[in-house]
Design a protein around this ligand. Structure first.
Ligand code: SF4
Ligand code: SF4
Length: 77
């Protein structure tokens, strides 16, 4: 899992959220993020995040916290 959270306190100050247009659910091609009834972005399938950082790119306030992928152990063959 690479996305850790979306900072709700920041979202509540966001002009895009106030206008009902948070873009980050559409940024995510694998349905990690959905908007709730308030239009607030929520993590629904965080385990499916594949570190594309498109939600980070599309959020003007840096609310999604996505960490870099830690490479798994590579075994010699
Ligand atoms: S995720 Fe970003 S764009 Fe969406 S409401 Fe929060 S601060 Fe605004
Ligand atoms: S980093 Fe990519 S896959 Fe992960 S939540 Fe953001 S948009 Fe979705």
């Amino acid at each position: 899992m690479a996305i850790k959270s979306i900072n709700e306190a920041l979202c509540r100050t966001c002009d895009l959220w106030l206008a009902g247009g948070c873009p980050v659910a559409d940024s995510c091609s694998v349905d990690v993020i959905r908007l709730d009834a308030e239009g607030m972005p929520r993590l629904v399938y965080p385990q499916d995040c594949h570190n594309c950082f498109l939600c980070v790119r599309d959020c003007p306030l840096g609310a999604p916290e996505v960490t870099a992928m830690i490479p798994s152990l590579v075994l010699p063959y």
